[in-house]
Design a protein around this ligand. Structure first.
Ligand code: HEC
Length: 409
């Protein structure tokens, strides 16, 4: 395939994915907000639970919610489902495009597990199916009657899967896979539960029967799950731009903390929208979580467990000073086949992220990024394809620290 066309296909799928996601999340936030702000009032139509007045775009809207269904079916009904389906479909296409076609670079790390391309793809796709099945079982089990307990188990399950992924995939692949799992759970909730249940309600109404209120309740539970995992999922989707996040040691634990952050923030807004007292404590939790993440990031050098010497404040460094010329030598040897104006690495058609690392000056200009990507984390080289050694990483650490200490060399 023509490389320019290939790049544009990738950009187009990403664009679509972001737009579909905005539409889905936007409508989902809107309805959760609307639901929370409904007020019961005497004189509402039969079957109506509450109403809300809203103003937007030059008009007033009078929204009325029917808890199970209105007495008569309206002729026209707007369904909200394609936002969710389009988000998942474009997301899966992106997963295939970036991580399956580029498995060698993004999904597989031979130092973690020596997987074939086919094996990695099978595990990735299979774990999405398995993940949904287990989550769905949890919801249908007796746990499903206790919202808090279910949430706790669901959280534990997702974190356990995220940990499992780090034992199978490259750091970046593992992090994205956890996001794909959360996104899949959300989309399947819509596709397999919420919409089919709603259809059953509509069908019962058309038959002139009273629909089972259970369908609505289950739909609402899944919908709330979606609402709470939205923020962490979106974070994972943008985290592939941050080697410090996905490349960190214990990245799965960082993900666990991030889920708590996302849930706390959602809880704050959901409660506010209900018109109840704002739970400011949620922000305290966010603050504690931020400290926790910084601590995890700092106290854990990214070197393999056997190599790092306890809880160091920084990665191990070479004992002797390292000059810029030495450091640039290392970087140019290990990085410039990709990070050049015309990468020679097969499958790369332009300088990754515009980060040029082909001369000592450019290496110096990108010192912070080089440090985070290849010393603090082992995000680069991807899957260590160019076999950078630990000694080389330690030399870069020494060069970087001396530079920061003012001894610019
Ligand atoms: C096999 C090719 C390859 C090699 C070798 C490689 N990189 Fe990269 N690098 C990439 C790709 C591809 C990306 C873009 C990843 C993405 O799409 O997010 C990237 C991104 C980066 C980024 C930007 C991260 C961001 O998203 O902000 C930095 C910094 C970086 N590399 C540093 C290095 C360093 C330092 C080395 C050598 C130790 C190195 N790379 C070796 C392919 C490579």
């Amino acid at each position: 395939m023509d490389p320019i066309v290939w790049e544009w296909i990738g950009a187009a799928i990403r664009w679509l994915h972001v737009i579909a996601g905005v539409a889905w999340i936007g409508s989902s936030f809107y309805f959760v907000h609307l639901d929370s702000s409904l007020k019961p009032r005497d004189g509402l139509p039969k079957g109506a639970y509450g109403e809300a007045w809203q103003v937007h775009g030059g008009g007033f809207y009078h929204m009325v919610k029917y808890l199970v269904a209105p007495a008569d079916m309206p002729d026209e009904l707007t369904w909200f489902k394609w936002e969710a389906y389009a988000t998942w479909l474009s997301g899966f296409a992106l997963l295939v495009f970036v991580y399956y076609f580029g498995a060698e670079l993004y999904l597989i790390d031979k130092a973690v597990l020596d997987l074939s391309t086919f094996g990695a793809i099978a595990v990735s796709a299979g774990s999405l199916v398995l993940g949904w099945a287990v989550y769905d079982l949890l919801c249908r089990s007796p746990l499903g009657r206790n919202d808090n307990l279910l949430a706790l188990f669901g959280f534990g399950f997702v974190v356990a899967m995220a940990y499992g992924f780090t034992e199978v995939f490259s750091a970046r692949g593992a992090f994205m896979q956890a996001g794909a799992l959360m996104g899949t759970i959300m989309a399947c909730n819509v596709f397999m539960i919420i919409i089919p249940n709603q259809r059953k309600v509509v069908a019962a109404l058309i038959r002139g029967e009273t629909p089972d209120p259970r369908y609505g309740r289950i739909g609402k539970q899944r919908s709330m799950h979606n609402n709470y995992i939205t923020l962490p999922t979106v974070f994972v989707m943008i985290a592939n731009h941050y080697p410090l996040v996905y490349g960190a040691w214990l990245s799965w634990l960082i993900l666990a903390v991030l889920i708590v952050v996302g849930v706390a923030i959602r809880h704050f807004f959901n409660t506010m929208h209900k018109g109840q007292r704002a739970p400011w404590g949620a922000w305290f939790i966010v603050f504690i979580c931020a400290l926790l993440i910084l601590t995890i990031n700092r106290l854990t050098p990214a070197e393999p467990a056997a190599e790092h010497s306890g809880l160091l404040p920084a990665p191990a460094m070479a004992p002797a000073p390292v000059t810029l010329a030495n450091a640039a030598d290392i970087v140019i040897t290990r990085c410039s086949m990709c990070h050049a104006a015309e990468p020679v690495w097969e499958g790369l058609h332009s300088t990754p992220k515009g980060v040029l690392l082909d001369t000592p000056e450019r290496v110096a200009a990108h010192a912070d990024q080089v440090f985070i990507a290849s010393v603090w984390t082992h995000a680069m080289p991807p899957s260590n394809v160019t076999e950078m050694t630990l000694e080389e990483r330690r030399s870069l650490a020494r060069w970087y620290e001396d530079r920061r200490a003012g001894a610019m060399n």
